[in-house]
Design a protein. Structure first.
Length: 155
């Protein structure tokens, strides 16, 4: 499950904090204010809109969509598939910091492990710590690649 917070700042009115939740990658986003469910939003043909629920201001929905699109879990899976198309069949977001990678049937697990371990540090955000569970067709198990956060040092 993924959960993020969006603060809708309004001129002359009190700011409103929304909690956005999604159970899996293909699900729309549940919008909550406090414990109250306000509605469901999703990106349809490139535009964020409310599918059901109470009226949420269109500016807030657009802001929520922009926030979601900026999050690493929104763009990293496609980037991984583009970077290693011979190895990666699919990438499933399990949570904000956990991903499952399903390898192509023909992929060599050892070669992918070597390339992925080195390459993921360049693709993912420097400050994030991530866990990738890699599943291969040739074996019933999986292995994990952990990307630790990179800390810049000033001299």
């Amino acid at each position: 499950m993924i959960e993020i917070t969006y603060l809708f700042e309004q001129e002359y009115l009190e700011d409103v904090s929304y909690r956005l939740m999604r159970a899996s990658t293909d699900d729309p986003w549940l919008v909550l204010s406090g414990c109250k469910v306000l509605g469901i939003i999703a990106e349809v043909e490139g535009t964020w809109s409310q599918l059901v629920g109470e009226d949420i201001p269109p500016e807030a929905i657009e802001g929520m969509g922009n926030l979601i699109n900026k999050q690493q879990f929104s763009w990293l899976p496609n980037l991984i598939k583009k970077q290693w198309p011979k190895y990666v069949l699919d990438v499933v977001v399990e949570s904000e910091d956990s991903y499952q990678i399903i390898c192509q049937k023909e992929a060599c697990p050892k070669r992918f492990l070597q390339r992925f371990t080195l390459g993921i540090h360049a693709l993912a955000q420097r400050e994030s710590s991530l866990v990738f569970k890699v599943r291969c067709f040739q074996t019933s198990g999986c292995y994990e690649v952990v990307k630790a956060p990179t800390i810049d040092r000033c001299v």
